[in-house]
Design a protein around this ligand. Structure first.
Ligand code: 2IT
Length: 447
């Protein structure tokens, strides 16, 4: 069956799963040509199989809030594909979480993990629990209740969750504490993103942002440009934006905007180390307001309500927050204000119209599954350290992360170079990831 027919069938079968269909559509468009050149893939129905998760766990999570009121949420774990290794991917706690959102994330994760060079299959999970406004105790009770169901579905050699939006080091701690109690398994390998004293890898918190900047450096170098002195805008102020801001500054760029659901903070002289540290305080407060930065640093920072980072003139835009956060209109505004590069750090951060606009108007663009893969790659490095019962130095982890990001860039160039010499990073990343997973599936038979 042709990829376009497979897509039409999925649209019929899952008409309401918008994010999932969007993610699948992008990959199927990219791989159409190579798929047609490989009749053995078609015969084994690789595409029909690769778009469906292996299994989905859905469970009720009941917990008690600080007022003694009983609260009920829904938890999920989607084990998407295990062709190249155990299931691996983050947990997202956000009020908008649906099976469609987690299916898109698990699907993307499968290809992203394939790009990392490490043996990891794809998964994603989470809950519609909303961390905004919750106390530390409420977060702990929710994490414990969530793990009460999840623990049976995961294991250090089966499925290894980590963080994502709304799940950071604190949440991983509470989840891990409960897992140990339930499973009576003291192997540290079942979750990644752990604390430094109990099996966590040095640099895992920074890895998504650092890796994204290493990838951006390779992309710029290939285009004959440099990041030094460039103005950068990023969205969000969570773990990913924090790592990206840290490394961008270190490499000599000037981060002139960060944003939140409430608006944008413009920082004309560039973000300072004190402001970067304050991002962590803002994240831990669960207030979800970027305005707090302008309140703390009123002379350095100007807050505008309701605006996004994409309205600020920059050279390079780095979406670091949520899917579909950058629309076609935003892309046009960025370009009109002089932006010439967008590296997507969030998963599917750009809407299809924005990607199309960038690619047809001379703006360098690379997709999240390549740019942000340093996060899960360093999770893979954490798994290796746990399995060997050792910890590597920061320098050792950083060197491996560098190597992995370079290799991901090379895979994009290998599969994405077009007849006119330009590089289509979307095609490159999708084809490279697909070829690896599809070949593994083919070799392992019809299962
Ligand atoms: O989107 C992602 O790659 C993550 N949230 C990290 C997953 C992981 O297992 O480290």
């Amino acid at each position: 069956m042709k990829t376009t027919d497979i897509m039409a069938r999925l649209q019929q079968k899952y008409p309401l799963e918008k994010e999932y269909l969007q993610a699948v559509q992008e990959v199927l468009e990219s791989i159409e040509d190579v798929y047609n050149q490989h009749p053995e893939f078609e015969k084994a129905k690789i595409v029909e199989r690769i778009v469906e998760p292996d299994r989905i766990f859905t469970f009720r999570v009941t917990w008690t809030d600080d007022n003694g009121e009983v609260q009920t949420n829904t938890g999920y774990r989607i084990q998407f594909n295990s062709a190249i290794g155990p299931y691996k991917g983050g947990l997202r706690f956000h009020k908008a979480v649906t099976p469609s959102m987690l299916k898109f994330l698990g699907f993307e994760q499968t290809f992203k993990n394939a790009l990392t060079t490490l043996p990891m299959g794809g998964a994603k999970g989470g809950s519609d629990f909303d961390p905004v406004g919750k106390s530390n105790d409420e977060i702990m009770r929710f994490c414990q209740a969530f793990m009460l169901e999840l623990w049976n579905c995961i294991g250090p050699d089966q499925d290894i969750p980590a963080g994502d939006v709304g799940v950071g080091g604190r949440e991983i701690g509470y989840l891990y504490g409960m897992y140990k109690k339930l499973a009576r398994e003291y192997n540290t390998g079942v979750l990644t993103g752990k604390g430094g004293t109990w099996g966590g890898s040095i640099l895992r918190p920074e890895a998504t942002g650092f890796g994204a900047l290493y990838f951006t450096q390779h992309l710029l170098e290939k285009a004959g440009k440099s990041i030094v002195g460039k103005r950068v805008s990023l969205s969000g102020f969570g773990n990913v934006a924090w790592g990206a801001a840290t490394k961008a500054r270190e490499l000599g760029a000037k981060v002139v905007a960060i944003s939140g659901p409430d608006g944008v903070c413009e920082i004309p002289d560039g973000i300072t180390p004190e402001m970067i540290d304050y991002m962590l305080v803002m994240r831990a407060s669960n207030r979800n307001k970027v305005q707090d930065m302008a309140v703390k640093f009123p002379t350095l920072c100007k807050f505008t309500e309701g605006k996004k980072s994409w309205s600020v003139p920059v050279d390079i835009a780095l979406p670091c927050a949520f899917q579909n956060e950058l629309s076609e209109e935003d892309a046009k505004e960025l370009k009109a204000n002089g932006c010439w590069c967008c590296c997507e750090v969030s998963n599917m951060g750009c809407q299809p119209g924005a990607i199309h606009f960038f690619q047809h108007n001379g703006v360098l663009f690379a997709p999240g599954k390549a740019v942000n893969a340093g996060g899960v790659a360093t999770s893979g490095l954490e798994m290796t350290q746990n399995a060997e019962h050792i910890s590597w130095s920061g320098a050792e982890v950083d060197e491996k992360l560098h190597f992995i990001m370079k290799s991901i860039h090379e895979q994009c160039v290998k599969y994405g170079t077009q007849p006119d010499g330009s590089i289509d990073y979307v095609k490159g990343a999708n084809i490279a990831g697909f070829m690896k997973v599809a070949t593994a599936m083919l070799e392992q038979g019809i299962i």
